[in-house]
Design a protein around this ligand. Sequence first.
Ligand code: C2E
Ligand code: CA
Ligand code: CA
Length: 401
Amino acid sequence: MPIKTLQEMRILVVDDDAFILKTLTRILQKAGVTKLICSDVATEALKHLSSRLKPVDVLISDLNMPELDGIELIRYIGELPNKISLILISGEDKRILETAESIAKERQIDVLGSLQKPILAPELLEMLQSPELVKTVESRELGANDLANELRLALQNHEIEPFYQPQVCSDTLAVVGIEALARWRHPRQGLIPPNIFIPLAEQLNLINELTEIIYQQAFADLASLHQQGWQVTLSVNFSAQCLAWLDVPERVQKALKAHEILPKYVIIEVTESLLSRDLATSLDILTRFRLKGLGLSIDDFGTGFSTMEQLRRIPFNELKVDRSFVHGATQNHVSYAILESSLNLAKKLAIKTVAEGVEDQADFDLVKALGCHIIQGYMFAKPMPMDDLCGWLTMYNSKAE
Ligand code: C2E
Ligand code: CA
Ligand code: CA
């Protein structure tokens, strides 16, 4: 096996200062680095950082950037499933750099060191050649390749399946819907959550296949629920990439017919922050879903950027406030403000509202008082397999009576 050298490491440099970017590029390229990504916008860097297929090994980041500072970036990296080694750079006081370094360590990030501007080549290269880094980089690469191959097999072997989370009416507390959430039942690693494999499926162009597996299974399960007398709706998540799949509305319609499900029972959820790519094609597909009688929900509302514009152009009939603005909103005035204004906006547009992430009575009372129609969250139930759902529905209903 070849030893992972500097040439093979994927290094991401983020700094809003073009001169620093140039200097670092020169130093790194001279040292033989070939997989170098430079970015002067921190938010763009986030995309590279969350890539599982081309995992970033080392992030060299400035602390002071206009859109997103280094400390926010550290928080983000700390939450990522892939481990990234970090070098901090700054023109600030050494003490600030040290504090930032300890915040990163606190978040279990592997900190290689920090550098004060002007950057000196030998210092930087020494950090990049630490034996521990070389070792971790090697195992990361193997891990990423393994996971990609395993996901391909998992799709063929039916290891991906939907779990379902109930949604209740805020007024009557009756169960009115379920959301299908993908799970990977890995033969050795157990249940793998979607935030690990959905981004990977997107990068490997397997997301359409995965989505089809989920909706086909979910439609079969929905038909069975309807036969048992549970007249619930079903929400299915669609990635932005699926909105470039021109015949998907027809495929979905065909599947609905095969299971004898009326389209009004199915809601397509699309994430707000992902809608911007090819608006013409997305609009074409989303509008055709609506024309065929399906519901259209804007998911993770509040987390994206061009919110208003998208609401105006795309025929959504449901708005889902992201759970980050719901749970604990009574204690946090910023979440409260976003929650309240999102719900008000939906009301003005006569759009149905869903709050996800309702974990306790305080969350419930608040979203209900703010006029939200449908509630989803751990307070009622976590996502569960179909086998458990029927039992849960019976149990929930008998308690309500
Ligand atoms: P999402 O669509 O925003 O789904 C809601 C997530 O919030 C789910 O996480 C759910 O388990 C979680 N959740 C619900 N109520 C609560 C609560 O009270 N507290 C907390 N802490 N969490 C709650 P999950 O199942 O891990 O899914 C994560 C994300 O993965 C989903 O976020 C969705 O974006 C994506 N995803 C899941 N299944 C699919 C799929 O079939 N296709 C696509 N494209 N994306 C999917
Ligand atoms: Ca969703
Ligand atoms: Ca969400």
